[in-house]
Design a protein around this ligand. Sequence first.
Ligand code: ZN
Length: 256
Amino acid sequence: MNFIDTHCHLNISPLLERTNEILDAAAIHDIHKIVVVGIDIATSEIAIKLAEQYPQIYAAAGIHPNDCHKAPDNWENHIVDMLAHPRVVAVGETGLDYYWDESPSDLQKIFFRDHLDLSLATGKPVIIHNRNADQDVMQQVLEHGNSKGVFHCWPAGWDIAKPLLDRGYRISFTGTVTFKKNELVQDVAARMPLERLMLETDSPFLTPVPHRGKRPNEPKYIPYIAEKIADLRGTSVEQVAQTTTSNAEAFFNFGP
Ligand SMILES: [Zn+2]
């Protein structure tokens, strides 16, 4: 089988110190490509360094909604420069997060819109984070002309997923889809077109069942997420691997 972890943070502690070990374990479990996602300028730069160093790693550059209040005034110049790098395959992560309250929501919305603009301008897809902000995220996305993006770590029900899928967006699932009593999210994983679905770990966070609660999470646990989704859809894990991998290949357009 052949999997892609489309969203993780090998660029932060405690994963950054163990890159070789993590990639070896991932390869043994059939994860052959990994997208490392920036949450601020420094971690976006580290993601690019990793992508230059390891052929299986690609990078995304952006400012996480929880970090926008700390970003320098010229953050956009930095991100634009990074997006020109051939191994940077996406803009992000961006979005809205109303769970933590360090960054005011008005500031988060401005950054989110700027990232959607950058995605549209560069043609590179956007990676969107949404925590406790379903309505505002949906409104901003549907008001914007961009339609090439993925909602990472999908947190909501079909009523929110449907209009975003109709708009052309993709959805990716983390270990949270394996958690008990997460029926809303499992319902979306079961109903949505498999051709629009992708897999991710969001490592080092959100370790899937049966290792839930153990930290750190790692890309090698992708098969647990694939198995759960296969189960929910009544299909084989081979089918989930094949379809989600070709979907991610087309979406990120991985270069050399
Ligand atoms: Zn993330």
